[in-house]
Design a protein around this ligand. Structure first.
Ligand SMILES: Nc1ncnc2c1ncn2[C@@H]1O[C@H](COP(=O)(O)OP(=O)(O)O)[C@@H](O)[C@H]1O
Ligand SMILES: [Mg+2]
Length: 249
């Protein structure tokens, strides 16, 4: 216990040793928030409040997750640290979908990375006879819509009406610069190609994980029991899909 709190200032110690219930750490860049998150995981485990496999630590990048895991290994030992789940939203959702996606029809899917996504969008552009600029702009709109949990059928009405809370730091003109009709056609064609390839792109990982939890309450319940302690770094940057997924957990 001594070394888990070692090297923290008083405010950090207070946050790290907060017991059960929600806690929000709000502080400037470089002030030690990620360090608090890491030590809090270690403290929860070392104090006996949490079994390591009951902890989910969500980070914004893979690199940050690696750093947290490394630090945890130093604080808890490699065995306990290895049982904590630390990763990005995408890796956590992928984990859930690999295990339970079959319940909503997702079997042996492959993950379409950014490069593959470009290739698919090019094929959509050829099919629909679009310029590369139009395809790129529509691709952004599709990604944004997925992050707002909007499927192709809902897209036209959403694009007409959306504003405010879903936009975060985006501007509507930027998101839909190619026009709603074109973006909708691209969304439909792009999903068709993904289906043919049995692929999920990065945005789908979040979208489908939310759908799984919504449609299968018993699956949600299982993961709520598995991840009793959820810690999120850079919480202010979560998009709608990430927020909904977290809230359900
Ligand atoms: N109490 C502390 N004593 C010494 N170094 C600290 C302390 N808290 C944080 N640091 C260091 O300051 C740097 C920034 O911390 P970090 O947790 O990444 O901040 P944030 O996530 O808020 O941007 C890191 O190198 C971290 O190890
Ligand atoms: Mg940080």
């Amino acid at each position: 216990m001594v070394n888990v709190l070692h090297g923290l200032n008083d405010a950090q110690k207070k946050a790290v040793t907060h017991g059960r219930g929600p806690l929000l750490v709000l502080a400037g860049p470089g002030s030690g928030k990620t360090r608090v998150l890491t030590h809090r995981v270690a403290w929860l485990v070392a104090s006996g409040l949490a079994a390591p496999e009951r902890v989910l630590a969500v980070t914004f990048t893979r690199k940050a997750a690696e750093e947290i895991k490394e630090r945890l290994a130093g604080l808890l030992g490699p065995e306990a640290a290895g049982r904590v789940w630390a990763g990005t939203f995408h890796s956590a959702c992928l984990r859930v979908l690999r295990e339970d996606g079959w319940r909503v029809g997702l079997r042996n899917f492959s993950v379409v990375d950014e490069e593959d996504r470009e290739v698919l969008l090019k094929r959509v552009a050829e099919r629909l006879d679009l310029s590369s600029g139009e395809a790129e702009s529509a691709g952004k709109a599709v990604s944004f819509a997925k992050n707002c949990l909007v499927d192709p059928a809902e897209f036209p009405a959403w694009a007409r009406d959306f504003s405010g809370s879903d936009l975060l730091s985006y501007r509507k003109e930027d998101v839909l610069s190619c026009g709603t009709r074109l973006a909708h056609r691209v969304y439909l064609a792009y999903q068709e190609l993904l289906r043919e390839a049995n692929g999920l792109d990065f945005d789908d990982l979040l979208f489908e994980a939310v759908r799984l939890f919504r449609e299968r309450p018993e699956v949600l319940e299982k993961w709520r029991r598995r991840w009793k302690w959820v810690l999120v770094d850079e919480y202010q940057d979560t998009n709608r899909a990430q927020y909904e997924w977290l809230k359900m957990l």
